[in-house]
Write a protein that binds this ligand. Structure first.
Ligand SMILES: [Mn+2]
Length: 455
């Protein structure tokens, strides 16, 4: 019988207690041992730092990294010599890893085996990345050429800035791709080769989070409930009954997904990509998908219907590791969201008028703390449709900012105005920490935030 921990694809040493415990024991022991000499050391260090110029530390070792918070955390900031306490970015030992195997490819269509072992081995050689079970790499991107829509590139810039803001606030890495990594895997299929390559380029990341270029974070404080997904490897916004009973291709949305960096995911993506335009079966897959999901919009095989198909038809094989999230706006349809921004802004202001802590100015770096404070006031707000909580991700499906084409259901202006409002609504949550706000959501101008805002 496998334990719940082992039954998930992810079994890397990051999740195991050994390394982490060893490190924290070491810190505790060091603290006890150093306790007596700490004050003396501090004094010597301080004096020394006054008489010697700051020198960069070219190859800090593991011990140094572990000891740092105990001995020199506060001093670094005073002497400006700090090289951070996080992962060691200069340590890559000469022992061979999977990177030295000439047979290994970053490309989809070249299956990789034993990835979990390979990744685990890399992590054991790079212990400063251990304990990164919640480590997330966000991926997004757009086409290689300039946008046809005259404001397309500007919109994409703002959509990207929004993701950079979210990642900075939560300590995530982000990669923007605008190269076609597989020449035949165009449009919505283009993301799969990027995810595949990113898994190999970032063995330290436990999760890869694909977010479409036309989606943005409209709640900068909300964090993914990663704990909820501990037994799953792929998380998408979706509704089981729409896929399994109604056979609707919109039973899920493939524009935003979270996928675990593990062998299961590599195997799954090979099967998923097997329906793509680079294979001889592309046309046949178009027919199969169309006959299974009758409401499918395009005749060609597409990634979203392909994913729904695998959940429906190969439930036993893949379904138990795929989590269909529908308790919050993992991504939300813009048309049902953009009209609620003004009301939500007022609701949040009401909370802040009641709660002094939320009006306190603070450093951007400690924003997560204020998100946690606010959470206490959002219990009644609900989540998802009809809620007055800020929607987590707003997705402009059908609007295509870059090409300028849009679904005939809406006027172009409703798309571009909606984007402008969503972008300013999100930006207000960021700019506030810099002392400014956009007073009107349809206008990008700013004004300074009064000291005790909102009064
Ligand atoms: Mn999209």
């Amino acid at each position: 019988m496998v334990s719940p921990d082992l039954s998930q694809c992810q079994t890397s040493p990051m999740a195991k207690p050994s390394l982490r415990n060893k490190a924290s024991l070491w810190v505790t022991d060091s603290f006890l041992f150093l306790g007596g000499v700490f004050v003396a050391l501090l004094l010597v260090w301080t004096l020394w730092s006054f008489i010697t110029p700051p020198t960069p530390n070219p190859t800090p070792n593991f011990g140094h990294t572990v000891l740092k918070p105990v001995t020199a955390g506060g001093l670094d900031s005073l002497t400006c010599t700090g090289d951070g306490q996080g992962p060691n970015l200069r340590h890559d030992p000469p022992e061979t890893t999977f990177y030295d195997d000439p047979q290994l490819s970053y490309s989809i269509g070249k299956p990789m085996k034993n990835w979990d072992e390979k990744r685990r081995e890399w992590l054991s050689r790079h212990p400063s990345f251990a304990g990164g079970n919640g480590r997330v790499l966000m991926l997004t991107g757009s086409q290689a050429a300039a946008c046809k829509n005259p404001i397309g590139d500007h919109l994409l810039l703002r959509f990207f800035k929004n993701k950079v803001d979210y990642c900075r606030l939560h300590g995530y890495d982000i990669f923007y791709n605008n190269a076609l990594l597989h020449p035949e895997m165009f449009s919505y299929w283009a993301k799969l080769p990027v995810v595949r390559a990113a898994m190999m380029a970032h063995p330290e990341a436990e999760w890869i989070w694909w977010v479409d270029s036309d989606a943005l974070f409209t709640d900068m404080e909300f964090k993914l409930p990663l704990e909820r997904y501990k037994n799953h490897n792929l998380i998408v916004h979706g509704w089981p009954h729409l896929i399994l009973d109604k056979h609707s291709w919109t039973g899920l949305n493939a524009g935003v997904f979270l996928i675990r960096n593990c062998q299961w995911s590599l195997d799954f993506m090979e099967v998923w990509a097997g329906m793509g335009p680079q294979t001889p079966n592309y046309e046949r897959w178009g027919e199969i998908l169309r006959s299974t999901f009758k409401d499918k919009a395009y005749p060609e095989s597409d990634d979203q219907t392909g994913l729904a198909y695998l959940i429906y038809k190969e439930k036993e094989k893949w379904g138990n590791k795929i989590y269909l999230e529908n308790e919050f706006y993992f991504e939300g349809y813009w048309e049902e969201i953009v009209g609620s921004f003004e009301n939500i802004t007022e609701k949040y202001k009401e909370i802040e008028r009641r709660e002094n802590r939320l009006r306190r100015r603070h450093a951007e770096k400690v924003s997560e703390q204020y998100g946690a404070f606010r959470e206490e006031h959002l219990k009644e707000a609900g989540l998802g449709k009809g809620s007055w909580r800020r929607p987590f991700i707003t997705h402009f499906t059908g609007c295509q900012p870059c090409s300028g084409k849009h679904n005939q259901m809406y006027s172009g202006n409703s798309c571009w105005d909606g984007m402008q409002m969503a972008l300013n609504f999100a930006d207000n949550q960021v700019l506030r920490k810099f002392g400014f706000l956009h007073p009107h959501l349809l206008d990008s101008s700013v004004s300074a935030v009064p000291f005790d805002y909102p009064a």
